[in-house]
Design a binder for this molecule. Structure first.
Ligand code: GTP
Length: 595
């Protein structure tokens, strides 16, 4: 155990974690050249395409340091603000962290938030100044920032480039030298922390764990403390590029367990594995509770696929513990699920994973945050969807979630950033210069305002320099109203939204305009109206179509007619009928594009 090192890599998005991880794997020959492909750890297609890390992954390397063999377990973590939950789980399984900072960008918001998580878990921090090969790298200046931030010595900072392969050996040596060996008693009762799990249709659920105390052997009878379920450890092993079975794993090790578990609900990330014979073993603590920030409905396009969607969501949830959901019905969309996500990116990813990995075509509805309505009738009600908003005459007041937002940017963009935030109902609480041209702005603002396009806008006005991190600070009273959309007089529940009173008129008007663009013309006129309660606040019209598709075929040709009809049917796949109006999927998300 004294030669095991468990570490993670933390960094702001795009500072080069995955590239550096590839180099570490190459250098330690953990993968052969044939197996090596760019960004090896990002093994979900989606991650490759988007160039971001979504899930944490673990992989083991062997390394000889000063003549002694070491086992290094790397747990990769995502950098985007939406996925900080994954980061906190990886951190709990490690003793040390590489803190990667891009030498051309400097410290950014998630550098700091992830660092605090790591420090809070007592991890040894190894600062790495990455991308020093870039011509516009600023090693001195960024080193100053790192020293200011973590209070290390200048010589503690390793200069590296994942791309050019600089400093890789120094990093591996520092991991062996500076990070402490895992503590824990191999003879104590078994306590293994589940930090991840994934569904494999052939082998059942694979559970990834870190043994804190005790020893696990193949064939042992084990128990998951939170669920109370018992299993046999059919196969245990370590995570290399592929899984490598082992007979025994002792305290300090990171590994996987397969015991034919089929039901996703039985595995909870954060749970503790122990031996069935040890009924008194204490559960490991230290996981942050997941806090969904954004809620939206997910519905199958084909209403008959509801059950299939449910089982797909269960499987996905296993691999994404931050996804929460419950059944919901909508007059417009039928049976579906109300889901809680960590943020907008998370929501997009869930939708895409459902489509790619489970072959489901789904419709997602307008995202919303959670409001609290205080009613004169039933007291406090949690409102996760506009449809759950009580009748206005019962509402005493409404509270909405507020966040503390930390924005770090080049000083020249302070003006535009402050005005963008003001427009989003923010209050500036502090302005600190980290260096002469790097400023930290602290705002308090409603979460609802950053849900939609805030992050994109922030990036645009700061030419990509500003970074954002946020945490929930509680609920505050706000004048929120429910805004309904009607098509030919029929309310479309899936298009309703809860908006601030001062913004309702503008919102309604722009949403009607957007819908007018998005709704396909039909054989009759469509009236689009926005209303608060009984009061109509905006109206647009989609004119009737004169020709139908078949008009192009002059008589005769049946097969061509059929083709056209087929084509039209396909186009309808993502359509929903409300009253007599057909609504395409884009329309349900029109609010996201109100500009
Ligand atoms: P997430 O997984 O999304 O959190 O990003 P990441 O931090 O893993 O960054 P990634 O390794 O994907 O690198 C981001 C970008 O920086 C890519 O375009 C890389 O090619 C580039 N990059 C990474 N390391 C270096 C480096 O040392 N030098 C230079 N010049 N570019 C690098």
């Amino acid at each position: 155990m004294k030669n095991i090192r468990n570490f993670c890599i933390i960094a702001h998005i795009d500072h080069g974690k995955s590239t550096l991880a590839d180099r570490l794997l190459e250098f330690t020959q953990s993968v052969s050249e044939r197996e090596m492909q760019h960004q090896l750890l990002d093994n979900m297609d989606l991650e490759r395409e988007r160039g971001i890390t979504i899930k944490s992954h673990a992989i083991q390397m062997n390394y000889i340091y000063k003549g002694e063999p070491f086992v290094l377990n790397l747990i990769d973590t995502p950098g985007h603000v939406d996925f900080s939950y994954e980061v906190s789980r990886s951190i709990a399984a490690c003793e040390g962290a590489l803190l990667i900072v891009d030498a051309s960008q400097g410290i950014e918001a998630q550098t700091i938030s992830n660092l605090y998580l790591a420090i809070g878990n007592d991890l040894e921090i190894i600062p790495v100044l990455n991308k020093i090969d870039l011509p516009h790298a600023m090693p001195e200046e960024v080193s100053d920032q790192i020293i200011d931030l973590i209070g290390c010595e200048r010589e503690d900072i390793i200069h590296a480039s994942g791309k050019a392969g600089i400093g890789i050996e120094d990093i591996l040596n520092a991991i062996c030298e500076r990070i402490s060996a895992p503590k824990g008693d191999p003879d104590a009762p078994l306590q293994a922390l589940i930090f991840d799990s994934v569904f494999n249709s052939y082998r059942g659920i694979e559970v990834y764990f870190r043994i804190m105390n005790g020893t696990l052997r193949k064939g042992d009878k084990v128990k998951f403390i939170a669920t109370g379920k018992q299993y046999e450890a059919d196969e245990i092993g370590v995570l290399k590029l592929n899984q490598e079975p082992r007979q025994v794993l002792g305290a300090g090790n990171v590994g996987y367990l397969i015991s034919g578990i089929k039901n996703a609900k039985e595995v909870k990330v954060g749970d503790t594995i122990t031996h069935a014979a040890n009924p008194d073993t204490i559960q490991i603590q230290g996981f942050e509770e997941v806090k969904p920030m954004v809620f939206a409905g997910i519905y199958p396009v084909e209403t008959t696929e509801y059950e299939e969607l449910r089982s797909s969501m269960e499987k996905l949830q296993l691999n994404d513990a931050s996804l929460v959901w419950e059944p919901e019905t909508s007059a417009a969309l039928g049976f579906g699920f109300r889901c809680g996500f960590l943020g907008m990116l998370h929501m997009e990813i869930v939708q895409e994973r459902l489509e790619r990995e489970f072959d489901m075509t789904v419709i997602t509805t307008v995202p919303s945050v959670q409001f609290k309505a205080f009613t004169t009738k039933d007291g406090e009600i949690k409102v996760n969807a506009p449809s759950e908003m009580p009748e206005p005459n019962y509402i005493d007041h409404i509270e909405e979630p507020f966040i503390k937002a930390q924005i770090i940017s080049k000083a020249e963009y302070i003006g535009p950033i402050i005005s963008l935030c003001m427009d989003k109902r923010a209050i500036l609480k502090a302005q600190n210069f980290l260096t002469s041209d790097r400023v930290e702005l602290i705002f308090e603002m409603p979460l609802a305002e950053i849900v939609f396009d805030f992050f994109d806008k922030l990036k645009t006005i700061s030419r990509g320099y500003a970074s954002l991190d946020y945490e929930l600070i509680g609920f505050r009273e706000s004048h929120m109203v429910k805004l309904d959309i009607m098509l030919n007089g029929e309310k479309v529940d899936a298009l309703s939204a809860i908006v601030h009173r001062d913004k309702a008129y503008d919102w309604g008007k722009r949403l009607c305009e957007k819908l007018q663009e998005l709704l396909p013309r039909q054989m009759f006129e469509i009236a689009i109206q926005a209303a608060i309660g009984q009061k109509i606040i905006a109206r647009e019209t989609v004119k009737a179509l004169r020709k139908n598709v078949l008009a192009k075929c002059y008589g005769g040709d049946i097969s061509r007619k059929r083709k056209l009809l087929e084509k039209q049917k396909k186009g309808k796949k993502r359509m929903r009928q409300v009253g007599n109006v057909e609504i395409p999927q884009e329309a349900f998300l029109a609010v996201l594009k109100l500009d």
